[in-house]
Design a protein around this ligand. Structure first.
Ligand code: PLP
Length: 378
């Protein structure tokens, strides 16, 4: 949820970010960034530092540093992965192109195909991008509880499926699928010579995070960034982890997107992934937990329903008295200058997405304002 002064609205697709070391804020007094010194050091020892961060990130996935590619956020990590794995449908008289298999000329490699099976609702790019390159089948989570039905995904997978796509913990529902279900999905990918790509950008906010999918075996790919769990959206620093051929194919595409993360992003990442990492993560987990409690009380006060979420997104039901999720979100933005995302953008008109990663005062203020709009219709 974003609050704004009248006349100062934020984009409804805006993401929720936690507070910590935000580069657009003044550096914390007790955690000075000392920009000039660090930038100078970064310049002179850039290779060593990048190698150091690569090694430590790779360890978290049981992989080597060559199986990690640093990107400009999770968005680019996902984008490059799709470009690496998916070929476009063959035009009449021609072959598809662009997949790992295509790049290596080995049409039998895992991940070759034009099709993605995508578990939804999810972050839009996770189905729109594969659909733009090849084709994507959306496989809905089942209600109540937004359960991951592996047998439904199995029905959507065919010989042309290059990748199964999951986002865990999930945006928008906040559902954190169990290790058993994720492993079953991984096995399904293996059986079909496909990959399982898991967007794990909210994983660091779970109190007991599951093993990342890239650590499950040769068919696992994980993407993430500093945006959510580290509260560093502005650093635009992320990565993908996976098998060497996929990472190398992604890196080849990266030459045509951003070439490398910015020096600034690398510089901030070095700090966030270094000695301060566990302090940042536990501070943000505590903040997410506190805010989840505040939202839970608000949900109960307004007689709404939700799945108790992991992460900083909730997907409650639309209150009575409004014309669907769009009617509700429009009323809230126009009357209270609070931005919520309508559930129909995710294919669920009975719900709205509420992000609760911002400052506590802002959250309380925003909830109070939305509460007034709800009360005005009862
Ligand atoms: C599931 C998911 N993936 C990716 C992104 C984009 O993240 P990044 O800032 O790391 O590119 C978001 C942002 O909201 C997200 O919710």
């Amino acid at each position: 949820m974003l609050t704004a002064r009248p006349g100062c609205r934020h984009d409804a697709t805006g993401t929720t970010t936690l507070r910590n070391l935000q580069p657009h804020h003044e550096p914390d007094a007790d955690r000075p960034l000392r920009a000039r010194t660090l930038v100078r050091r970064t310049r002179t020892r850039r290779r060593d530092h990048a190698r150091g961060v690569g090694h430590s990130v790779a360890l978290g996935y049981d992989r080597g540093p060559d199986e990690i590619a640093f990107t400009v956020g999770t968005q680019e990590a996902n984008f490059l992965t799709f470009l690496a794995l998916l070929s476009s449908p063959a035009p009449p008289g021609g072959d598809g192109h662009g997949s790992v298999a295509g790049a290596d000329g080995d049409s039998g490699a895992p991940g070759s195909g034009t099709h993605a099976a995508v578990v939804t609702p999810t972050y839009q790019a996770l189905h729109s991008v594969p659909d733009a390159i090849g084709s994507a089948t959306r496989v809905p989570l089942t209600q109540p509880g937004w359960e991951l039905a592996v047998d439904r995904v199995a029905e959507a997978v065919d010989d042309d499926t290059a990748v199964i796509v999951l986002n865990n913990p999930n945006n928008p529902t906040g559902r954190y699928h169990s290790e058993a279900r994720v492993r079953a999905l991984y096995d399904l990918a293996v059986d079909h010579d496909a990959y399982l790509l898991c967007d794990e950008v909210y994983r660091g906010l779970a109190h007991d995070p599951l093993p990342p999918v890239a650590s499950l075996g040769a068919h696992g790919i994980s993407t993430t960034s500093l945006t959510k769990a580290y509260g560093l959206a502005g650093a635009r620093f992320g990565w993908l982890a996976g098998p060497d051929p996929v990472v190398q194919a992604a890196v080849r595409w990266k030459d045509y997107t951003t070439i490398s993360p910015s020096l600034f992003g690398q510089h901030v990442a070095k700090q966030a992934l270094g000695d301060e990492e566990s302090a940042i993560l536990s501070e943000n987990r505590a903040l997410a937990e506190r805010h989840r409690g505040i939202v839970a009380d608000w949900i109960a006060d307004h007689d709404l329903d939700w799945h108790d979420p992991v992460g900083v997104n909730a997907f409650p039901t639309v209150p009575a008295g409004f014309d669907g999720s769009r009617g509700f979100c429009r009323a809230v933005v126009e009357e209270a200058s609070v931005v919520l995302a309508p559930g129909d953008a995710f294919g669920y008109d009975g719900h709205f997405r509420l992000g609760f990663g911002h400052e506590t005062d802002q959250l309380r203020e925003g909830l109070a304002r939305v509460g007034e709009v709800i009360a005005s219709r009862q």
